[in-house]
Design a protein around this ligand. Structure first.
Ligand SMILES: *Cc1c(COP(=O)(O)O)cnc(C)c1O
Length: 460
């Protein structure tokens, strides 16, 4: 039997665990993020050229699962979680590609990580027979993806926290549409507050003892690792045809998606350059231009799922480069794209080419536009992180027509929705968790009775 791959904390003060332990825990006990002892190495020729996304994922992730009981289940986990396409579609007007990651149930790339995490947690043995409460702070898309992935799953309860008024009406509706074992809290603050509240609850040992808690944020390796799959799949597809690496421009908030792309490159697969496209929250762009790393409060932008002032995966990014900031700055670049430019980019590509992007994707499209206008001719893929119909309030006035809604999103918008208000304080969430009993796990109807029901976010 070969050596299992051990996972340690970025802060170095937690015992080594295998992948199952890291996924079950979410955050490491010392407050750091789990990382593999060393990133495995893989060869492009190990992959089946005719394989599906799920096949690519199973080959790619096998070394990460080595030595853990979950390894035997990995192909089934991949088939179950990655049962939709992530097509690499040509973008002829810019001689580039769009990697479309929004064909899952909630129309954003978060479905990949959430479904994989759910498929793993379903299979992990738990010593505690009590239900597990999964806390998820969301800037808009994660909460819905996690809610959808765990909805009606026995012995699991999901508590979603989102910043009230800072998600689109359709996102808010989607977040509150589950009922049953999925509870939704609208926090009177920012996304960073939600994230901080979740971390504080997870780190509260007496609370954990009273009510077992886990997280489903992008700090979870159960979400980060599967996101590597679509980069590997797309890059291998390009490499087989052209023999060169494919470069990616990634709309970036908490850095989970971009880090997955970087890890694919680090393990030896043909991913070229990874560019970070940020919105007006410029913590990362300023760092890459040479300033100190200065986390801060987030400001609200049109690309709300990227409204992050303190990217949670930054610790992992530093670890990936041996905590050598000079090396990190040599390798990566990040651009900040403001709301005016986001609007202009959406309107221009719709008018000139009939191509509609969501506000997040538009930040990456702008970075591509700048590269091409400066004469860059490298093979680039822009990562499309959400379907534009999720952000109708921004997109439709700019393009002057209604966006057709994907059918799974439409079905969620047809259900009633509800969310409870909560103050943006650590104690408020802890108190809520202590005082709120678990829901019975048999359906949505009863959950809405005592809540303030939102008006449906219209589809018409
Ligand atoms: C979450 C999200 C992002 C940012 O991804 P990170 O992994 O947090 O960097 C970008 N676009 C959309 C649509 C998202 O939902």
């Amino acid at each position: 039997m070969s050596e299992p791959l051990g996972y340690l904390s970025t802060r170095g003060q937690s015992p080594v665990v295998t992948i199952g332990g890291a996924i079950a825990a979410g955050l490491a006990p010392d407050g750091g993020l789990y990382v593999p002892g060393a990133l495995p190495r893989l060869d492009a020729i190990s992959f089946d050229p005719d394989g599906s996304l799920a096949d690519t994922a199973a080959t790619l992730l096998a070394p990460f699962f080595k030595g853990d009981p979950l390894a035997a289940e990995l192909p089934a986990v991949c088939r179950e979680a990655l049962d939709f396409e992530t097509p690499l579609r040509p973008l002829p007007q810019r001689d580039a590609f769009v990697l479309e990651l929004f064909h899952g149930p909630t129309a954003a790339f978060k479905d990949v990580g959430a479904r994989f995490l759910a498929a793993c947690l379903r299979r992990l043995p738990r010593q505690d027979a009590r239900p597990l409460t999964i806390l998820v702070a969301t800037s808009g898309d994660t909460g819905a993806a996690v809610g959808a992935a765990f909805h009606r799953q026995p012995n699991i309860e999901v508590v979603i926290l989102y910043p009230d008024g800072r998600v689109s009406p359709r996102q808010a509706h989607q977040l509150g549409s589950f009922g049953g074992n999925v509870r939704t809290l609208r926090v009177q603050g920012r996304f960073d507050d939600c994230q901080r509240m979740v971390k504080a609850a997870l780190n509260d040992a007496p609370l954990q003892a009273a009510r077992p808690l886990s997280s489903a944020n992008s700090i979870s390796l159960g979400r980060l690792l599967p996101q590597m799959s679509y980069y590997a799949h797309a890059a291998l597809q390009w490499w087989r045809g052209h023999g060169t690496p494919l470069n990616f421009i990634v709309p970036t908030g908490n850095l989970g998606n971009a880090l997955a792309a970087l890890w694919v490159r680090q393990i030896g697969l043909p991913v070229g350059e990874v560019r970070l496209a940020c919105n007006a929250n410029a913590t990362l762009p300023e760092f890459f231009q040479g300033s100190d790393y200065r986390p801060r409060d987030a400001i609200a932008t049109l690309a709300n799922a990227m409204d992050v002032g303190a990217p949670s995966n930054f610790e992992r990014l530093r670890w990936t480069f041996g905590n050598d900031d000079a090396e990190l700055r040599r390798t990566l670049r990040a651009a900040s794209v403001d709301d005016t430019t986001i609007r202009r980019t959406i309107a221009h590509h719709a008018t000139a080419y009939g191509e509609v992007f969501c506000p997040h994707t538009a930040t990456a499209v702008h970075v591509l536009d700048v590269l091409r206008d400066a004469g860059d001719a490298a093979p680039w893929a822009v990562v499309a992180t959400a379907h534009p119909a999720k952000f109708e309030g921004v997109v439709e006035p700019l393009i002057g027509r209604a966006m057709p809604v994907p059918s799974t999103l439409a079905a969620m918008l047809d259900r009633p929705a509800a969310a409870e208000p909560l103050a943006a304080q650590n104690e408020a969430l802890k108190g809520w968790l202590r005082d709120t009993p678990l829901e019975s796990h048999n359906g949505a109807a009863s959950a809405h009775g005592h809540l303030d029901v939102q008006t449906p976010a219209g589809r018409a």
